[in-house]
Design a protein around this ligand. Structure first.
Ligand code: SF4
Length: 890
């Protein structure tokens, strides 16, 4: 049902592939309250820190409210006519393959369906790809090779029943937090074992057996597992004889494979092999660490090989499980969002499938061959083959590998349209036309999560200004291109019904994606649609796949593949001795267009950083918390150095989120090589090779203000706070006069200033006040400035005439960096409680401070703090550090 008795609207979180149900209450003045939906099967009422902060990301401050052409507002008719004309002109002059759409896993299925229909069935090109290409296309390719279809066999309930959960290339604790909490609950209540396979020690290693394998060596590891399965005589012959082809060759290749390339300790490796082989109910979860590789598809198949050999697939508590990055990445796979697929798992290169879809759509022309995949698509933009490009809810100028080249390519494309909720993205800044799209909370449709569960997203707020749903924008352009009848829908319900009807034809052609039982839903039923797992047809409703075989290759058998491990495409050498791993943070989403609006989420890790092992820090004579410049043949980036043994020597980790809008020197994908998996076309985002060196700034600064400000120095990183904005800065050229510099920076030409300067030591502090109320402050030094930042950021807008001291006061101690976003509890506060109250467990911290008691996303960090404190208790270091903030301000 769309609403409950309290008048809350049931909808779905817009971020990750867990697909949590949320209950939203609009306050009538543009705001909302959000809580987890206790009746949604994906999350049962739980939300992570990002979902819990959704209310902080709505509003109109940042929104694009009218169509823009050449930076000027225009009405919808002019904008849509212009887009249609430019696409038509390009097609007329250069053919259908001269235009392209680049879309996103943030699109609703109905939006995706319209975009795909327009490009593949009416324009007649398959040049539509989705940013899910960067996320899980290796899984799609691996599934298709093994199963003959892109199908996730299992369901989330398997995590409750598994005895062993193996996480491969997945920091589930941060990237799919609600799912991870489910695994942890199974561990704590049923003794489920967790194994985490990752070159990096992550939050998902807490309480798990951690296998820190060498980057890219997953195939060698799972080949070792397959060889051991064979050696121990545990191949399930009754399953493989009936349902699997290719066993012998795969096993032979596994025996020939060299496991030493994993770099794993032999005893640790054997422990894992015994555990996996000796546990009947094993779920192997895999994600970007597997997919984002030049051999990502092989990695996926190496995992599937082991499950197929043992028949551990599609059974309660047992099976391989790909978790998707975005909320509707799975929906995009189903509806044909990838350049090499038709809708409903039909094949673009199959003439019968093409004819069926063309007949159903009554379309004038059909694409006959796969279109350009993301990396190739932007290469084609760069070399002038693409004359008109439409980017929808994505930010390829930041997120594609070799991002500087992609940014330049978009800038030189003759015609670029961007549909988005804001112009504040690197890509929208380059567009000729920007179209105001409805945001989450304003649009209506469906999404599919990682377990094939289709859920409704429902509008709870009116779209502001002229913003419109994506399906409407796409359909209006299609009508203007001459295809009124085929794009005549009045609502997403009508689109969904058409899509469901098409899936029935796919079902008749033997495809698994068949939701034809939903083809007759009317507007009311669509509005009331409860979460439902596909397939939904006369033959089959939901459930798991493949426990009894029934694969989708022509002979009904799955395929095991003979796999040879491949090293990452780029080898390390003296010039580039570091392996660069990129990934997500707990509290940010993609390029931060929404999560960076939340002060709570921004407080967790407010600045881009690079994690480096202490041995490398020492060898390069770097100083922790200084700035480091990373370089590759593609580009360079500057970020804060974090010294940590979580990464191995020779390895680096950098988060992927920062953009030209909030840290222009730290766009990490500018360094990533445009190397792709040859089968899936997915980029190798986790194994580039780079060099690292100190970035020798002449000065370093920390600034904060009640208002937004944009520095112009060599390095800056800006984040929201509860009182305004904070910003880390550094530069090479020293301003003549810091007060004048600060006035320009904060745009406060007339405000009263307080200045403290020690020019000999290069120390400068400038504050601007209205009476005693602090408006803005800048702290500058020749080294990274030591300040109680997490205390200071609460001061703008408050009476704080002493703010330039940079220290906390006795009545308001420095809480330290935020650990628990839900309750805004900082590291110092937690360590003080641990020390002073003798806390020894995460639950005790929760009882004392509430930290970790809402979404639970920070529990692994709380566990690390406990460990840190217990490790240092002998000399009282934890107590001393925790008390430092109070002592300093006394
Ligand atoms: Fe949203 Fe978090 Fe649930 Fe993912 S785990 S769907 S981000 S609430």
């Amino acid at each position: 049902m769309p609403a409950n008795l309290s008048g809350e609207t049931r909808t779905t979180c817009p971020y990750c592939g867990v697909g949590c149900g949320v209950l939203v209450q609009a306050d009538g003045i543009g705001g909302i309250q959000v809580r987890g939906d206790p009746d949604h099967p994906a999350n049962r009422g739980k939300l992570c820190s990002k979902g819990s902060a959704l209310a902080e990301t709505v509003g109109t401050d940042h929104r694009l409210l009218t169509p823009l052409r050449g930076g000027e507002s225009v009405d919808w008719d002019s904008a849509l006519d212009g887009v249609a004309e430019r696409f038509q002109a390009a097609i007329a002059e250069h053919g259908p393959d001269s235009v392209a759409f680049y879309v996103a896993g943030q699109l609703l299925t109905e939006d995706y369906y319209v975009a795909n229909k327009l490009m593949k069935g009416f324009i007649g090109s398959a040049n539509i790809d989705t940013n899910s290409r960067l996320c899980m296309s290796s899984t799609v390719a691996g599934h298709k090779r093994a199963f003959g279809t892109d199908t996730v066999p299992g369901v989330y309930d398997d995590l409750d029943e598994a005895e062993l959960v193996v996480l491969v290339g997945s920091n589930l604790a941060w990237c799919h937090p609600v799912l991870y909490q489910r695994v942890v609950a199974a561990r704590d209540t049923r003794g489920t074992r967790i194994v985490t396979i990752d070159p990096r020690r992550t939050a998902s290693c807490d309480g798990a057996l951690h296998l820190p394998l060498e980057a890219g060596s997953d195939v060698a590891l799972f080949n070792a597992l397959l060889a051991e399965i064979d050696r121990q005589g545990l191949v399930d012959a009754s399953f493989t004889d009936a349902h699997v082809a290719g066993l012998q060759d795969a096993v032979a290749a596994a025996h020939a494979s060299d496991v030493s390339v994993t770099g794993l300790d032999a005893e640790l490796l054997q422990e894992f092999l015994n555990l996996w082989i000796g546990t009947e109910k094993v779920v192997t979860i895999f994600s970007q660490g597997v997919n984002q590789s030049s051999s990502g598809t092989d990695k996926v198949n190496s995992i599937l090989n082991c499950h197929l050999a043992t028949g551990r697939i599609g059974k309660p508590g047992s099976g391989p499980f790909s978790v998707t990055g975005q909320v509707n990445a799975m929906g995009g796979r189903e509806v044909g969002g990838l350049a090499n697929m038709l809708a409903c798992h039909l094949e673009l290169e199959n003439p019968e499938h093409r004819a069926t879809v063309q007949d159903f759509w009554q379309s004038p022309v059909m694409a006959t061959q796969p279109g350009l995949k993301a990396v190739d698509l932007f290469k084609a933009v760069g070399n002038g083959e693409i004359k008109a490009l439409w980017v929808i809810h994505s930010n390829p100028a930041v997120t594609l590998p070799d991002a500087d080249r992609v940014r330049d390519a978009i800038a030189t494309c003759p015609f670029v349209v961007v549909s988005d909720i804001t112009t504040r993205t690197d890509t929208a800044q380059l567009a000729d036309v920007v179209l105001p799209a409805a945001a989450w909370g304003e649009k209506s449709g469906t999404v599919t999560n990682s377990e094939r569960l289709i859920s409704r997203q429902r509008a709870v707020l009116p779209a502001p200004g002229d913003a419109r749903p994506d399906w409407w924008i796409l359909a209006e352009v299609a009508r203007r291109m001459g295809w009124s009848e085929a794009f005549a829908w009045e609502s997403p319900a009508e689109i969904f019904a058409e899509y469901a009807a098409l899936s029935g034809l796919a079902g008749e052609l033997g495809k698994d994606f068949d939701i034809s039982a939903l083809g007759e839903v009317d507007a009311q039923q669509y509005d009331n649609l409860d979460p439902v797992r596909w397939p939904q047809s006369a033959k089959r409703q939901g459930g798991r796949f493949f426990a009894q075989g029934g694969f989708y290759h022509p002979d009904g058998k799955a395929r095991m593949l003979a796999l040879e491990p491949q090293a990452p495409a780029n080898a390390l050498d003296a010039a580039r001795p570091f392996r660069l791993n990129t990934g997500r943070l707990r509290d940010q989403w993609h390029t931060m267009t929404r999560t960076a609006l939340s002060p709570r989420l921004s407080a967790h890790l407010p600045e881009p950083f690079v994690d480096m092992n202490p041995q490398d820090v020492q060898r390069l004579e770097l100083v922790p918390a200084s700035l480091v410049q990373l370089s590759s043949p593609q580009g360079r980036a500057i970020m804060r150095l974090r010294q940590t043994s979580d990464v191995k020597p020779g390895n680096l980790f950098v988060p992927m989120h920062w953009t030209g809008m909030n840290a222009p020197a730290a766009r990490i994908d500018a360094l990533v090589a445009p190397v792709v998996d040859p089968v899936s076309g997915q980029p190798e985002s986790k194994a580039s090779t780079v060099s690292a060196q100190r970035f020798d700034a002449t000065w370093y600064g920390f600034a904060m203000s009640t208002s937004a400000f944009t520095p112009s120095c060599d390095y800056w990183a800006r984040a929201r706070t509860s009182t305004g904005y904070r910003c880390e800065m550094a530069g090479l050229a020293i301003p003549d006069d810091w007060e004048s510099h600060a006035r320009v920076l904060f745009d406060l030409p007339d405000a009263a200033a307080q200045c403290m300067s020690d020019s000999r030591r290069g120390l400068h502090r400038v504050g601007f006040f209205e009476g005693d109320v602090l408006l803005a402050a800048l702290y500058v030094g020749p080294e990274p400035v030591a300040l109680m930042r997490d205390f200071l950021v609460g001061l703008p807008g408050q009476e704080a005439p002493w703010a330039l001291a940079g220290l906390a006061r006795g009545d308001r101690p420095d809480p330290g960096p935020v650990v628990c976003s839900c309750f805004a509890i900082g590291r110092n506060t937690i360590k003080l409680a641990i020390a002073s109250e003798g806390l020894t467990s995460v639950d005790q911290i929760g009882a004392s401070l509430s930290a970790g008691t809402n979404c639970g996303s920070c529990k692994s960090e709380l566990a690390s703090l406990l460990q840190e404190c217990s490790g240092s208790d002998a000399d009282g270091a934890c107590s001393r550090e925790a008390n430092a903030a109070v002592a300093r301000s006394a």
